[in-house]
Design a protein around this ligand. Structure first.
Ligand code: AMP
Ligand code: FE
Ligand code: FE
Ligand code: ZN
Length: 291
């Protein structure tokens, strides 16, 4: 199904985490696609922000400094997007360091598990994957494909690295409240990413859960996302409106190493306009004024 390109894409990954394009490349790519604004939202790192914002200034593309954090959810998977975070905030830097340290330890545990499964892959080999940012499971998957232990990335996840598979290792996560707190301390606002991964059984459960998150500091919901059905979009939009939360949308583009939506594509309604970004900005302004 052909999708029109939108003016914004507020969820994407660069080589600073598990994307395949550098921040500068992705900014130029977005500009070439006719987007007006993007948010750079790498997992657990803000290392791509400076380069991306600099390139944005150069080519005339608005770049929102962001981050994507995993949080401890009662069920399913919970990711939080921080928008307009100040990359110079030292508390944020400290918290990200905790996550990076935990990730390193987890990677070593994955190496051990793979070894136990007869798949000898060293961390040094994983770093030779095309992306050099935050090492994570996609990098292991890539190395496994290179060495002939899996047919493709998906196969590596399905058989080894996915949750519940034999090489899976749990990841350290902050509670949603903590994560939202330090995003706020860094001047940012927090948007719940791809809510379908929360796996809330019923709309009423989702509604109640969002009510709780709102009390803990949630600012918005990513309503527009490639994997959301029309019904999910409607539910998420309704709940966002009910709680006075801003609405966001993005492709979760990782480059071309995954069979997923291209930058600026795949997330629904054609009427999405810049006004949505303006609402996000207004929210941030309110926050800065301490309202
Ligand atoms: P990590 O941060 O190491 O847990 O890796 C998370 C990343 O792995 C996600 O952003 C996805 O890109 C990828 N991923 C997670 N689960 C799967 C899966 N079941 N199949 C394919 N890719 C996955
Ligand atoms: Fe990712
Ligand atoms: Fe995510
Ligand atoms: Zn993402």
């Amino acid at each position: 199904m052909a999708e029109s390109v939108r003016v914004f894409d507020l969820h994407l990954h660069t080589t600073a985490s598990d994307g395949t394009m550098s921040p500068a490349e992705i900014v130029r790519y977005a500009k070439g696609k006719g987007l007006r604004v993007i948010a750079i939202t790498d997992h657990d790192t803000i290392e791509g922000l400076q380069e991306g914002m600099h390139e944005g200034d150069k080519v005339g593309l608005e770049v929102i400094p962001g981050v994507e954090l995993s949080a401890d959810a009662p069920r399913g998977t919970m990711h939080l997007l921080g928008y307009y975070i100040d990359p110079a905030c030292s508390e944020l830097a400290d918290k990200l360091m905790v996550l990076q340290q935990a990730r390193m330890e987890r990677n070593l545990a994955i190496v051990e598990k793979l070894r136990g499964l007869g798949i000898p892959i060293e961390l040094s080999e994983v770093k030779e994957a095309p992306e050099h940012g935050q090492i994570g499971r996609p990098h292991f998957a890539y190395a496994m494909v290179q060495k002939g232990y899996a047919q493709n990335i998906q196969d590596a996840f399905d058989r080894y690295l996915g949750k519940g598979r034999p090489a899976y290792v749990e990841k350290f996560r902050f509670s949603p409240e903590e994560a939202m707190h330090f995003i706020r301390k860094a001047g940012g606002i927090t948007v719940l990413a791809h809510p379908f991964t929360l796996k809330q059984p019923q709309p009423a459960d989702f509604d109640a859960f969002i009510g709780e998150l709102k009390r803990e500091g949630l600012d918005g919901i990513e309503v527009y996302y490639p994997e959301h059905s029309d019904g999910q979009r409607k539910l998420y939009r309704d709940v966002a409106q009910k709680y006075g939360l801003v609405i966001s949308g993005g492709s979760d583009f990782h480059g071309f190493n995954k069979d997923e939506a291209d930058l600026g594509e795949g997330y629904g309604d054609r009427e999405l306009t810049y006004s949505l970004v303006e609402a996000i900005k207004a929210r941030r302004e309110q926050r800065l004024k301490g309202l």
